[in-house]
Design a binder for this molecule. Structure first.
Ligand code: PLP
Length: 376
């Protein structure tokens, strides 16, 4: 190569401005870097419970067929989901994690001259997916800290950003990293107000954890709103984060468009088999939900006792308010506890803590108590 051309100048303009996703620190990495053992990770909202035997067996059986390509149409999984959710299989698009589906939505509906809307404190993948297409990102200001849903989505602020060039609006319910949620009536009113040329993406990654009579199941409105897409995942409550499988439910017209962009074999065969088996584990899932609820309440109460306030949460994590969050994060790392800094979300005074097993949560609280003692 001659001249002073730099490779990075060759990237498409939209890509030059992208910052890569920062995942939670893997436990092995911390063990390597700090020379410590017995690390626990409460950083990626994973399910801490052991998988049911039926799911393990399904994966084991699927191994026998790995020489073959997976079923590109995901027939068995789409049918199992359709049965469970009471929708037609044509409404379902499978993804390599729901992250994949979010990217497919951006690739399908966005381009330069078009815009998409998301909240300032919502899942960073929205920003990445939108920016990579060259579309304009319109970032809505979140609720204030003293709101009933602190730092949560302000749906009216989002609506005010809609214009003729808007194609997507992303709403996470419950939201990551805040844990906050949008109630049924509010969300329904929002969908009614949204013009037909804007697709509402309701990201229900934590749906299985959310409880409350006022909590919406956005799937119930699919027939009413052809511009509605609901995304869900097997990564969180179903405990299959490492396999990468998620999906969207939408009108068949939207699913047909996504299918044009989707890689033909985007969900691997072991993941498909495990997900089908996981859908049968109703009582296991209920138990995970119940344990999460108890542990979440215990963790919040324990943190509050130490003088640390958390936002309300319907997920399997809490957003804890800690003025010296980066300092606290480092302290916890040295104690072998990985949590998630959220400065990259614009929240430098908070840490996101996933709900782990009871023993893990107790260890987090014990380390946090030492930290708070040191600070006082
Ligand atoms: C974790 C998460 C996802 C997606 O996870 P996948 O593993 O890609 O399915 C999507 N949305 C939100 C809000 C999340 O927190």
């Amino acid at each position: 190569m001659s001249g002073n051309q730099s490779i990075s100048d060759l990237a498409a303009a939209a890509i030059s401005e992208l910052a890569p996703y920062q995942p939670g620190k893997p436990a092995e990495e911390l063990e390597r870097e700090y020379g410590i053992s017995d690390v626990i990770k409460l950083a990626s909202n994973e399910n801490p419970n052991e998988l049911p035997a039926g799911v393990r067996q399904a994966m084991q059986s699927a191994i026998d067929d790995v020489q073959r390509y997976p079923d590109g149409a995901g027939f068995a999984l789409r049918n199992a989901l359709a049965d469970k959710l009471d929708v037609s299989p044509d409404c379902i698009t499978l993804g390599n994690g729901s992250n994949d589906v979010l990217v497919l939505l951006a690739e399908t509906f966005l381009t330069t001259g078009i815009n998409a809307i998301y909240d300032q404190y919502s899942f960073v993948v929205y920003r990445l997916a939108v920016q990579a297409t060259g579309a304009e990102a319109r970032v809505a200001v979140a609720n204030p800290r003293d709101h009933e849903q602190p730092l949560g989505h302000d749906l009216e602020a989002m609506l005010r950003l809609v214009d003729n060039h808007t194609r997507l609006v992303f709403i996470a319910n419950p939201n990551n990293p805040t844990g906050t949620w949008v109630e049924r009536e509010q969300l329904y009113a929002f969908l009614q107000s949204l013009p037909a040329h804007v697709i509402a993406v309701i990201d229900e990654a934590y749906y299985e954890y959310a409880s409350g009579d006022d909590h919406p199941d956005a799937l119930q409105w699919l027939n009413e709103f052809p511009n509605l897409v609901v995304t869900r995942t097997f990564s969180k409550a179903y405990g299959l984060a490492g396999l990468r499988v998620g999906y969207s439910v939408s009108s068949p017209q939207i699913a047909e468009l996504l299918n044009r962009v989707r890689q033909p074999f985007n969900v691997n065969s072991i993941a498909q088999a495990a997900a089908v088996a996981a859908l049968r584990e109703h009582s296991w899932l209920q138990r995970c939900r119940a344990v999460n609820q108890t542990e979440l309440e215990g963790l919040r109460a324990g943190l509050l006792k130490l003088g640390i306030d958390c936002l309300p949460s319907r997920g399997n994590f809490v957003l804890a308010e800690i003025p010296q969050a980066d300092d606290c994060y480092e302290f916890l790392l040295r104690a072998g506890v990985i949590v998630r800094p959220v400065a990259n979300y614009g929240l430098p005074a908070y840490l996101r803590i996933s709900i782990g097993s009871q023993a893990e949560n107790q260890r987090l609280l014990a380390s946090m108590a030492i930290y708070m003692e040191q600070c006082s």
